[in-house]
Design a protein around this ligand. Structure first.
Ligand SMILES: Nc1ncnc2c1ncn2[C@@H]1O[C@H](COP(=O)(O)OP(=O)(O)O)[C@@H](O)[C@H]1O
Ligand SMILES: [Mg+2]
Length: 228
C-alpha cells in the first residue's frame, strides 16, 4: 500500500532521515518506534505527503505521491492535533466529510463518524466546543477525524500521548477496527501499550532504521510462537 524507497531527508542543515526503505501492507497496524528525535514525525509527514523527501520517494498504490493526497486516501493525525477550537467535537470529527473533493458516500461516513464518537468515548461531549475539552479528549477527536472517511492509509503521530490507562483501550480498539476495515494504520509511537498490539514494528534510531531491531513482523500465527 505504501512503499518508502531510499528516502533521506534534510531539515535546515541536519540530516534527519537516512536511507529509509519500508514496505507497509494493507490492513496492518504498522508502528514506527524509537525514542524522541529519532525521526518518527518526519517520516509520518513524508508518508502522509505533507512534505516531500529531499531524496528518494514514497509510493502509494505503486505511484509516487505528488503533493498532499486527499484524506480518503491518506489521512493524518499530527502530533499537535490541529483541531478547530471554536467548532464542536462532532464538527471536528465530521469535518473531512464536508471538505472532501472526491464523491464519497456521505451517509456511510456520517454513520462511521457517529460510531467513532461513541467508540472513542466522545458521544457525551460531541456538542461541546473543542476549546472546552481536555487534551486527551482533543486527541481522541483528532483521531476520529483521521478515521472518519475510512481512509486507505491513516498516519497517526503519537495517538496515545495524552491518554491515561483508562482511555488508551478506546484508542487501541479504534485502531484495530480500522485495520479490520482494511486501513493501513501507520503509528509513530514509543508507547509500549501500542507496540504490543502492532502487526509490524519498525524501530528507528537517529534517522535510520535500526538494523538490529529492524522490521519485526507479527502474524496471528507467530504471535503464539513468540510466547511459547
Ligand atoms: N524544522 C526542523 N528543522 C531542523 N531540524 C528539525 C526540524 N524538525 C525536526 N527536526 C529535527 O529532526 C530530528 C527528528 O525529529 P522528529 O521527526 O520530530 O523525531 P521524533 O518524532 O522521533 O521525535 C530531531 O533531531 C529534530 O530536532
Ligand atoms: Mg514526533
Amino acid at each position: 500500500m505504501i512503499r518508502v524507497e531510499g528516502v533521506s531527508h534534510v531539515r535546515g542543515r541536519t540530516r534527519v532521515l537516512q536511507d529509509i526503505d519500508l514496505e507497509l501492507p494493507v490492513a496492518t497496524l504498522a508502528v514506527l518506534a524509537g525514542r524522541s528525535g529519532s525521526g518518527k514525525s518526519t517520516l509520518c509527514h513524508l508518508i502522509a505527503g505533507v512534505m516531500a523527501p529531499s531524496q528518494g520517494r514514497v509510493l502509494f498504490r505503486g505511484r509516487p505521491l505528488r503533493g498532499t493526497p486527499p484524506w480518503v486516501d491518506i489521512s493524518l493525525l499530527p502530533q499537535r492535533l490541529a483541531l478547530e477550537p471554536d467548532l464542536t467535537v462532532a464538527e471536528n470529527v465530521l469535518l473531512p466529510i464536508g471538505l472532501r473533493k472526491q464523491r464519497i458516500d456521505d451517509r456511510e461516513s456520517g454513520h462511521r463518524g457517529a460510531g467513532l464518537l461513541e467508540r472513542l468515548g466522545l458521544a457525551g461531549i460531541a456538542g461541546r466546543r473543542v476549546r472546552e475539552t481536555s487534551l486527551g479528549e482533543q486527541q481522541r477527536a483528532a483521531l476520529g477525524r483521521a478515521l472518519v472517511l475510512g481512509p486507505a492509509v491513516a498516519v497517526l503521530d503519537e495517538p496515545t500521548a495524552h491518554q491515561d490507562d483508562d482511555h488508551v483501550h478506546l484508542v487501541l480498539a479504534a485502531l484495530a477496527a480500522a485495520v479490520d476495515d482494511g486501513t493501513l494504520v501507520v503509528v509513530a509511537s514509543h508507547d509500549q501499550r501500542v507496540i504490543e498490539t502492532a502487526g509490524m514494528v519498525t524501530r528507528m534510531r537517529s534517522g535510520r532504521i535500526d538494523e538490529a531491531g529492524g522490521h519485526e513482523r507479527r502474524g496471528a500465527d507467530d504471535a503464539g510462537d513468540q510466547k511459547a
